[in-house]
Design a protein around this ligand. Sequence first.
Ligand code: G6P
Length: 373
Amino acid sequence: HNADKGEFKHYMLKEIYEQPDAVARTLEMAIDNHAPNALRTDFLERHGEQLSGVRYVQVIACGTSYHAGMVAKYWFESITRLPCSVEVASEFRYRNPVVVDNSLVICISQSGETADTLSALRDIKKQNPAGLVSLALCNVPTSSLVRETDIFLPTLAGPEIGVASTKAFTTQLVALMLLMLKTGHVQGRIDDEALSNHISELQKLPGQLYASLHLDAPIKAMAEHFEDKKSCLFLGRGLQFPIALEGALKLKEISYIHAEGYAAGELKHGPLALVDKDMPIVVLAPKDSMLDKLKANMQEVHARHGELFVFASETSGIEAEDRLHLVNVNDVCETLSPIIYSVPVQLLSYHVAVLRGTDVDQPRNLAKSVTVE
Ligand code: G6P
């Protein structure tokens, strides 16, 4: 494998850097650069009728793929007004869940072989609710998951070798956005003008992702503050809450530092008790509708002598000060901000892990694909 890493020290870093291209490829499935006002007619062409009957969306996944599903829930509900639930497959499959009629069941899996996700799907198919539409959002076209579902929506990330998922995650987010737009549009929940606006924002993504890779150097410097830490908190609100969870998962997977992701509004219901100078607190602060609330949460931490590491929009008004380290991220539209803010948390985990000398691509006790329960 060594040669394939090219100039990169690890597959994970290579895969982080491949994200602008992987996202561009995934976008091309649905968007024709010469006709940028609408989705390509051949995108999910055979499934328009199935998608038009959907009244409820149920997402099932594990690990990083589950976090992509959490973002999709915000998108589906706020933009299409279709109700959407998301659950980890290992819980869903054992609680005898209700699957309502006319559900779109989205199984998200990089590998398409995760045992819990497959079992959850099989149980739903056994229940056989009326109007069920099952969809695999998957990076491996030949996988079991793809064979067992009605619709295959590919992520075109290319092979992902690092155990910690990076480009599979960001391409899952892009594909979920495209699926949400298609479903909303065929149902008349998203009109032509809104669709065209979403598409023009999506087309900026590869360039914005490329720009976010320039944060590598400042984040590498920031990582030194984490090297000898025991525990770490990631905070976000709204669309950034799933990215806070994903950031914490990445850090614990590859650096072995205990990390927790939290919805910043929940701070006062527990984690504030942990705040001291020894627990770094990472904050995701794009310029969005939650920014003022988030700033108040940051203040709560700062006042208790917490040390903040903030990824913030250039126009957020947040400034570096004592115990507040700042890395500025380019301004992006609120809807797509989780895709862009994935990059700094990936880079932070990567550099902390490298400093701690762990096996970044092959962390102890973990597997790329969990095919047994
Ligand atoms: C393992 C991997 C994770 C991945 C999860 C789900 O835990 O280490 O990176 O997110 O499985 O895998 P899937 O292939 O179903 O997305």
